[in-house]
Design a protein around this ligand. Sequence first.
Ligand SMILES: *Cc1c(COP(=O)(O)O)cnc(C)c1O
Length: 396
Amino acid sequence: MATFDPLNVEPVINACGPVTRLGGAPMPPEVIEAIGRAAGDAASLAQLQAAASRVIARHTGAEAGLVTSGSAAALTLGAAAILAGLDPARMERLPDTSGFPAEFVVAREQRSGYDHAVRAAGGKLVEAGFNEIVAGAGVRRTEAWELEAAISDRTAGILYVVTPDSRPPLEEVVELARRHLLPVLVDAAGQLPPRENLRRFIDAGADLVCFSGGKAIRGPQASGILCGRAALVASAAVQMLDMDDHPELWSPPLEWRELAQLRSIPRHGIGRAMKVAKEEIVGLVTALNLFAAGKYDEELPLMRSRLELIAERLAGLPVECQIVDTHAEVPPLLRVTLGAAAPRTAMEVCRLLREGSPPIHVGHGELHDGRLVLHPLCLREGHAELIAQRLATVLQ
Ligand SMILES: *Cc1c(COP(=O)(O)O)cnc(C)c1O
């Protein structure tokens, strides 16, 4: 097994999918080469970001885009853009928002640990609605009027975390937000593929949309996209870029003509701590072009055959295997449900797989239902056989 030179850390077999704690998705060779080429040269980061903005705009239908250091950073920068607009004094003050509206209304059922990123910019989350289904106390989801009732003169925007069944529908949220002249910030970090989602939330009227670059786009792990209205993206850009220049010399790229409205150039903003390197910009753009062109679809049959191999090898063990398809562009999953005769719980199996050599990490979202979930995106040659062997050993 190769090691992570010079650190001598053993690589793991990742059957979880492109999760951050295991380093995200494998980057395609084209992406790695683009990063290598960029590493030796110098360029204006503002110009690189402006050029990336054009590519992101083309793929998403948004007015502009920014490469961020992840979707969480995109949430922080998007919130910072909504809070400060093009006011350098507000940019300077963040995350202190005393004196201007800072509340983001969010459905209680859409809260998660990732919304810390919005609070990091100074946003204050104001919950609306209930989580009655999880509470086992009702059948209703959050309704648009509940979000609307939480709006006040302290409201800066609406935070919306999108999934295939998020409620209320984004269109309804956009409609009420527009009536109140409020922007909608959409967390769509993991909603790719399908490719059509690159445009879907912008088409629905979202003002800013965040995507991860290190998940299915397969860009660098620490990359993401913030796209949407030009003035907001320009605000986010200037709060992230290095601003150590003379006002007389600083000239923003033409793409961000909104920045001409700044009455002075800000100093380093809240996003300076989330800076993006030239390697990440070219890596993300290269990966986004591949993803948007459908190049990754070619690998889906190989991914499926790897899951089928594991399922075949587990025949005869006290488990039930099921390959789950959700969408023609989305990798299938293998659900391995432990039967009553299994000698260990799913939690124990998961831990033993991690503790072995090489460590094997499987999807852990359904362990309490007695189930391991195997995601094929990050599997490489020979991994399926090893997973099947080790599963057979711990389930014998
Ligand atoms: C993965 C994820 C994030 C964080 O994305 P990064 O690119 O890792 O910063 C934020 N929100 C949701 C819903 C996610 O799934």
